[in-house]
Design a protein around this ligand. Structure first.
Ligand SMILES: C[S@@+](CC[C@H](N)C(=O)[O-])C[C@H]1O[C@@H](n2cnc3c(N)ncnc32)[C@H](O)[C@@H]1O
Length: 255
């Protein structure tokens, strides 16, 4: 631990070495946008970032219209389209690493927390032969944004479906009519980000995961700890606020 004197607080603040290093790299990313090496190959960090921009880039201040009745933490406004951008979450290299082995396959990808559908548009282009499932407690923002996304070239593969799903109350049984025998290769949880929502969503989707899968959880540095024993026997990787769970056979790919 390191003590830093903060002038306006009038007292020293205790901060860990790890936090200082994480903040340092975040600052470096903030002042050096476009830091991904140029590469037009589908699925590379550069390609993912460019796609995010094509589909509108950062989506700020999207008002919450529907929230779970048992949710006490819902934000009044949501932000999306910020996962690849090096100025914001800078998750593109993480996605490149974990999605690479699925590119050109007929995957099933599910995204939980879709907001205006910007992510779905990227996934649809990356997996033109795949099935892309969007889940959200409120799919209306994505529906409203569909004409814009189509006008800039999205959804030409016609492989995207929208479904209503409440991370705090829906379970595996609720998913049965939608998923039936479907096996999901890629799951992305970008919804509420609370420990409860992360755990419940994992329980709901676990029976539908394919033998080879990657389960990505965004925006919570403690996601793997929250899942605890639920992910015993699986391999995992965390970088700052994004984590992935995958079968142990794939562990060698990321070490
Ligand atoms: C951060 S936004 C998603 C951003 C989107 N993935 C993107 O890349 O643009 C979070 C989303 O979670 C949804 N959400 C909030 N509470 C939820 C719940 N209880 N169940 C399912 N989705 C929820 C919100 O409606 C919102 O669309």
């Amino acid at each position: 631990m390191i003590y830093v004197q903060v002038p306006f607080l009038g007292r020293p603040v205790c901060i860990s070495r790890r936090t200082i290093i994480a903040r340092f790299w975040k600052t470096v990313r903030l002042i050096s946008p476009g830091a991904y090496p140029k590469n037009q190959t589908p699925g590379t960090a550069h390609w993912l970032f460019e796609k995010e921009n094509t589909y509108g880039g950062i989506q700020k201040g999207v008002r919450t219209r529907v929230a779970s009745s048992i949710d006490h933490h819902t934000f009044e406004k949501n932000r999306g389209g910020d996962r690849m951008n090096p100025r914001y979450h800078a998750y593109a290299p993480f996605y490149e690493r974990h999605l690479q082995r699925f590119v050109s396959m007929e995957v099933v990808l599910a995204e939980v927390g879709i907001l205006r559908g910007n992510g779905l548009a990227i996934w649809s282009d990356l997996f033109p032969n795949g099935r892309i499932l969007g889940f959200d407690i409120d799919t209306s923002h994505a529906q409203d944004n569909e004409p814009f996304l189509k006008s800039v070239g999205a959804f030409s593969n016609d492989n995207v479906e929208l479904h209503t799903f409440d991370q705090l109350s829906s379970d595996a049984e609720y998913l049965e009519p939608v998923l039936q025998n479907t096996k999901i290769n890629i799951l992305i949880d970008d919804g509420l980000h609370s420990p409860e929502s992360i755990i419940r969503t994992f329980h709901a989707f676990k029976p539908y995961l394919a033998d080879d899968f990657v389960y990505i959880i965004e925006d919570n540095p403690n996601a793997l700890t929250c899942l605890g024993k639920d992910i015993d026997g699986y391999a995992s990787e965390r970088v700052d606020e994004i984590s992935a769970v995958f079968p142990p056979e794939q562990e060698g790919l990321f070490s």
